[in-house]
Ligand binder design. Structure first.
Ligand code: PMV
Length: 351
């Protein structure tokens, strides 16, 4: 069938400083979270529509990952589309073809749902705007907010990938415009000392995650410390916001590490319990702490729900931190693998 329209977006991954862990309702977070937007870890996704038999109301979808048809991803996307089809009538009116790739290796242990789902949500909102151009001037802010809303339904953390530098998702009394339904940009709120932060990702293992985040969020429903955790997250959020505003790198670092350790501790004390770090993760954490103590340099780590370390540090100490990573940390990484990322500018529409 003839291709009628096509849209393409590149959207980055993000790394949470205050973590989202636990949800309710339709992908609503149990506590607010805040993240830095990455630069070099991104997904590129295109969505093309072509004619189909108007009597056929089923969603017709072909999904290609790295140019190969991928049936497992197709099933996930189909269920996402079925949940939002009433908001995007074109999903059942046309035959859909989606192509997606990641800049980072598929098997790097780096979560790709944030970049993939945000790129897809941007394609959906863009396609809808192209099919039904609004009379008034379309506002970029509204467009991104809508994309963040639908990205959230695909994967909670994806809601935070829509904006440059930093994003905040979830209601907090510290930020008036905050919402559980979509993330908001936070770039203008943060001190200049954070704007060029580096994020070196130390790949302790590229194996697929032991536990999906879906399972992790569900375990919070029965975790005996859940109530205390949500209280702590709100208080960490308030402190993190003030550290980011004031440029207090030490406070930022302490909260960031506490958040990472808390996420892992929550998994260790859930039922069933899980250890998401491996011996390399622990060896690297110990070395990072010693290096910081010795040099007094503001080098702090965070972790996702897996063994890989995200090392966060300001650009102006790069020349001191890179040799440390190369000589002390990369030996603990799988095949010495490090992804040298930094804070990025957010998604872009691509040709
Ligand atoms: O977006 P999900 O459902 O994959 O959950 C992400 C959870 C963490 O990455 C561990 C934390 C976060 O806030 O990104």
């Amino acid at each position: 069938m003839k291709e009628l329209k096509k849209v393409s977006w590149r959207s980055p991954s993000n790394i949470a400083l205050v973590k989202y862990w636990g949800k309710h309702g339709n992908q609503l977070p149990s506590n607010p979270s805040i993240s830095f937007t990455l630069d070099k870890c991104y997904s590129e996704t295109s969505l093309a529509i072509s004619e189909k038999d108007p009597k056929d109301r089923d969603i017709q979808l072909k999904f290609y990952f790295d140019k190969k048809e991928n049936l497992a991803f197709r099933i996930k996307i189909l269920s996402f589309f079925e949940g939002i089809a009433k908001d995007f009538p074109f999903l059942s009116q046309y035959a859909l073809s989606i192509h997606s790739t990641n800049s980072f290796p598929h098997s790097s242990g780096i979560a790709s749902s944030a970049s993939a789902m945000s790129a897809l949500a941007l394609c959906l909102c863009d396609m809808e705007a192209k099919l039904k151009p609004s009379k008034g001037k379309s506002e970029k802010d509204k467009f991104l907010r809508k994309a963040s809303y639908y990205a959230r339904i695909g994967s909670g953390s994806a809601s935070r990938s829509l904006y440059p530098v930093a994003s905040l998702w979830g209601e907090t009394d510290r930020v008036k415009a905050s919402s559980d339904e979509y993330a908001i940009p936070f770039e203008n709120e943060i001190h200049k000392s954070f704007k060029k932060y580096q994020n070196s990702i130390l790949i302790a293992s590229s194996a697929e995650k032991k536990v999906s985040s879906r399972v992790g969020h569900t375990l919070m429903k029965t975790n005996p410390f859940a109530k205390a955790r949500f209280k702590q997250a709100n208080s960490n959020m308030a402190d993190m916001i003030s550290a980011l505003r004031l440029g207090d790198i030490e406070k930022f670092g302490i909260i960031t590490e506490t958040e990472a350790m808390t996420l892992h501790a929550l998994m260790m004390c859930s039922s069933p319990n899980f250890i998401l770090m491996n011996p390399s993760t622990i060896a690297m954490i110990n070395k990072i702490k010693s290096f910081r103590e010795l040099t007094k340099l503001p080098v702090y780590f965070t972790l996702d729900a897996g063994p890989n370390i995200h090392l966060l540090y300001p650009e102006n100490i790069k020349s001191k931190v890179i040799p440390f990573i190369q000589s002390e940390l990369s030996e603990h990484c799988e095949n010495g693998r490090v992804i040298w990322d930094n804070i990025g500018k957010g998604p872009v529409s691509i040709k």
